[in-house]
Design a protein around this ligand. Structure first.
Ligand code: ADP
Ligand code: MG
Length: 316
């Protein structure tokens, strides 16, 4: 199986869009962005043994490699359009590529993304995706717009993926983890529609990939504000609320990675715009700095780790 045959299998699932003047097959893709829009470009890599277990289902790896990028686009308020895929493979494994593209294209088709190019090389298993999207000029959300007095919201529920990963690594393996939790780890749902709905509503937004506290610390720093959160307000799934101790659950919710939910801030007068969006108020923006999580009695809840960070081994 040569590189060319692998690329042919990828091409078969690349998807089509009218704004792709030239897709896979030449030295570069020719893309036609709509007038009046800004391009949003994001890039995230998944490495075997770091971001996924070496024996993970290739279809899950395909889905997640795109999902983590769509989550970044969602946090910017962008409408996804195109992706590029850099695949490093230990061997020219057609089955792996087929399964991988099944997962990748399931999400790409659902999100109306066309795969327009990439690179296929020999090396240890690694998947890099670059995704592009549009936002009306000047309308992108950033981490820097939070203001004292804003309410802090989060989408969906928190901690499921972290709990699934931890339970999967314990005695029973994946078989011992509820399918609802495993799906949150292996097939995260990027909040693309929500991100677009928040344009012009949220003052600041971020997607939660490394842990709520760690990611909101980026918002606090970029905005020059402090953030106060209520532990009891953090949204929790049914599956997670049946597990472990209350302390452990809050730890997963506040510091576990891989949620791919959106956290955002907005002035209280815009809260009615959130009706029906499946989001939960978890705190408020204050003058000052840093992120504080408080329990029901107002005491600070402190964890030794706020979230995941590469190179330093996790402590932030
Ligand atoms: P070049 O040598 O000019 O970089 P390649 O032979 O690597 O070209 O790639 C041929 C075509 O296939 C290009 O259009 C490239 O974007 C596309 N391609 C290669 N690998 C991938 C991949 N993993 N996913 C999507 N497109 C790919
Ligand atoms: Mg070339």
């Amino acid at each position: 199986m040569a590189e060319f045959d692998l690329i042919a299998r990828i091409l078969a699932r690349a998807g089509v869009r009218a704004d792709v003047a030239l897709g896979i097959g030449d030295d570069g893709a020719l893309l036609v962005p709509p007038a009046g829009q800004q391009l949003v470009a994001v890039c995230d890599t998944l490495n075997a043994g770091v971001h996924f277990l070496p024996d993970a289902d290739p279809a899950d790896i395909g889905w997640k490699s795109l999902a983590v990028n769509l989550s970044d686009l969602a946090a910017m308020g962008a409408t996804p359009s195109w992706a590029l895929l850099s695949l490093s493979l230990p061997q020219a494994d057609a089955d792996f590529v087929e399964r991988f593209m099944q997962g990748f294209s399931a999400l790409a088709d659902e999100s109306q993304i066309a795969l327009v190019g990439g690179d296929t090389t020999h090396g240890s298993l690694s998947v890099g995706v670059t995704a592009l999207g549009f936002v009306p000029a000047g309308m992108a959300m950033t981490r820097g717009g939070a203001r004292p007095g804003d309410a802090v919201y989060v989408s969906g529920t928190l901690g499921d993926a972290a709990a699934a990963l931890r339970l999967q690594q314990s005695v029973d393996g994946a078989a011992g983890v509820s399918p609802a939790l495993l799906a949150r780890l292996n097939r995260p749902t990027p909040r693309v529609t929500l991100g677009q709905a928040l344009r012009g509503v949220a003052n600041a937004a971020i997607d939660i990939s490394d842990g709520l506290l760690a990611d909101l610390a980026h918002v606090a720093r970029a905005s020059g504000v402090g953030i106060e959160l209520q532990a009891g307000a953090l949204p929790i799934s049914k599956a997670l609320s049946a597990l472990a101790s209350a302390t452990q659950r809050v730890r997963w919710q506040a510091t576990g990675g891989d949620d791919y939910e959106l956290a955002f801030t907005l002035p209280p007068e815009r809260v009615p715009a959130l009706e029906g969006l499946g989001v939960t108020c978890i705190g408020r923006v204050v003058a000052g700095e840093g992120v504080r999580l408080r329990d029901g009695t107002g005491e600070s809840v402190v964890f030794e780790q706020a979230g995941w960070e590469h190179f330093t081994g996790a402590t932030q």
